[in-house]
Design a protein around this ligand. Structure first.
Ligand code: KG4
Ligand code: ZN
Length: 343
């Protein structure tokens, strides 16, 4: 079973080939960060245009990496997967149209994949030992979601952010500090050289709920900077380290509290922010202390990529077969993880 997967939900145009047993043979990711950097955020119209310009090249590259040509495509590819949502409407449409066109021309089944489901299972692309149930924490530029994964396809959202996503908080902090976009990785690098106890930012635990809120930390940083403008490199690194500490502690505290409350023995991270050095270290340490197994994606599969979409499509195939026909399928910017149907 070989799958060609396409991901275009936000600002990465990506394609991947997944071969027998869910192995990633080749992945191509074309990032648009340079286009959006001057706006300090993703501009939907520019994202759709860039996907339109890049999609053919990205698909051609991934096919040629696997020595697939338009002549042997039919023999080598069994199904085409694409991100059906959630995401930016125009961006999703580009991937969906590309996938449908190939499916119609080569008479292949289509496998729609929920982008969040891709992030959930990205931890298992290389480590295939998936044991349900588990707690999934998706932390990215657009999402902060705590999800009870009862089984494949059986999801319950326990909590989510009430305002900014974790990655958005990092990106906005970077902007306030005069750093570039996307800021998560840059703040993380600087934080490695700073003192996390230099400044005490609020930890918004929102007791009695599994929701998150990061706008308070962001305002705390803004107020701090009004009173204490950045003096030098060392001061900047200390601010980054203190800010990262507050976000990481909040994410870790709430995730382990939820896992213990629900008696779950596994926590699985996913999304761009799960590349954060401190978050990875903190979760592994808390996992050892609480006897909860922690899974996280390798760095290459933290941010958006088509390999996680192809791998999830492979799991869907293994679980329920290929039951989709192209006429049923549309992308949905607000696709709900809990409503995703498998039969
Ligand atoms: O998963 P992703 O590629 O896109 C969405 O689905 O949103 O995540 C991108 C986000 C950005 O906000 C970026 O700043 C953040 O992930 N990010 C990080 C790190 N690397 C990327 N945040 C914190 N620490 C990092 N090392
Ligand atoms: Zn994502």
């Amino acid at each position: 079973m070989n799958v060609l997967a396409i991901e275009t939900s936000c600002d990465e145009t990506s394609a991947s080939i997944i071969v027998n047993g869910g192995k990633v043979e080749s992945t191509v990711i074309s990032s648009q960060t340079r286009i959006h950097a001057k706006f300090f955020g993703v501009v939907p119209e520019l994202a759709s245009r860039a996907h339109t310009e890049n999609i053919n090249l990205v698909i051609s590259r991934v096919l040629s990496n696997s020595e697939i040509t338009f002549d042997n495509f039919s023999k080598k590819i069994d199904a085409i997967a694409f991100t059906a949502g959630p995401g930016l409407a125009g961006a999703l449409l580009v991937g969906a149209v590309a996938a449908k066109s190939l499916a119609i021309v080569y008479e292949k089944p289509l496998i729609p994949v929920n982008h969040l489901e891709g992030h959930i299972y990205s931890s298992f692309i290389e480590n295939k030992l998936i044991d349900h149930p588990f707690l999934s924490l998706i932390i990215s530029g657009g999402h902060t979601e705590l999800i009870l994964v009862k089984d494949f396809g059986k999801y319950k959202i326990l909590g989510r952010t009430r305002d900014d996503a974790a990655g958005e908080a990092f990106d906005k902090a970077a902007k306030m500090l005069g750093l570039s976009y996307p800021g998560g990785g840059i703040v993380d690098e600087r934080a490695e050289k700073g003192n996390p106890e230099a400044i005490r930012f609020t930890r918004p635990y929102l007791k009695g709920s599994w929701d998150f809120s990061f706008s308070g930390i962001k305002t705390a940083l803004l107020n701090y900077l009004k009173m204490n403008p950045v003096k030098n490199e060392r001061h900047l690194n200390d601010i980054c380290a203190s800010f990262r500490q507050a976000i990481s502690e909040t994410l870790c505290f709430k995730s382990f509290a939820a896992a213990k409350d629900l008696k779950l023995k596994r926590i699985v991270l996913g999304g761009g922010v799960s590349a954060n050095y401190l978050i990875r270290k903190m979760f592994l340490k808390a996992g050892r202390e609480n006897k909860i197994k922690v899974f996280m994606p390798p760095f290459i599969y933290c941010t958006d990529n088509a390999a996680m979409i192809g791998y999830t499509a492979y799991l869907k195939y293994a679980k329920c077969g290929l039951k989709y026909s192209d006429t049923q399928l549309v992308s949905n910017p607000s696709l709900n993880l809990e409503d995703w149907q498998y039969n």
